[in-house]
Design a protein. Structure first.
Length: 156
């Protein structure tokens, strides 16, 4: 099963991201089958440097945390999802991402990622989401939560 962890951090920047993206989440991680979390971060945390990394479960204390389970598909879909994520490990965090919301950066640019871009691209690659029709700069954690809930993701 595919799980995503949507969170709101305790810091001012986390609240700012949530407010700016018109939602109450500031970050999303993909939950790996062993419980570790794969995501893109701008800061060193969980014993890992910034960028796309695998971090331990509970690497940070969250103000709010929601886990969504995306409906099962075939094993090949699941494998494509995880293979895509594995190929992204080590790529840098998209440090222009926040400015990209205003400047129109293409969220599918595979050179670097921020959290919700990475998760959305993996879900598309695995066939869990259709190719999203979205402005090129608007895949925020809140937008992704809405997209996965529309395809039947279950909270909890």
């Amino acid at each position: 099963m595919i799980k995503l962890q949507f969170v709101l951090g305790t810091g001012l920047s986390s609240r700012g991201i949530a407010w700016f993206s018109a939602g109450h989440f500031s970050h999303v991680d993909c939950v790996l089958p062993d419980g570790r979390l794969l995501g893109a971060r701008s800061d060193a945390c969980g014993g890992q440097p910034p960028g796309v990394r695998v971090r331990p479960a509970g690497y940070e204390n969250w103000k709010e945390r929601v886990v969504m389970t995306v409906p099962e598909r075939g094993l090949s879909d699941k494998q494509r999802f995880y293979d895509f994520l594995a190929a992204q490990i080590g790529k840098p965090y998209d440090s222009t991402a926040i400015w990209g919301f205003a400047a129109g950066r293409d969220w599918r640019d595979p050179r670097d990622w921020f959290c919700s871009e990475l998760a959305a691209a993996a879900l598309e690659m695995g066939g869990y989401l259709p190719v999203l029709y979205a402005p090129v700069n608007k895949i925020t954690p809140a937008a992704l939560a809405l997209a996965v809930s529309a395809v039947g993701a279950v909270v909890g």
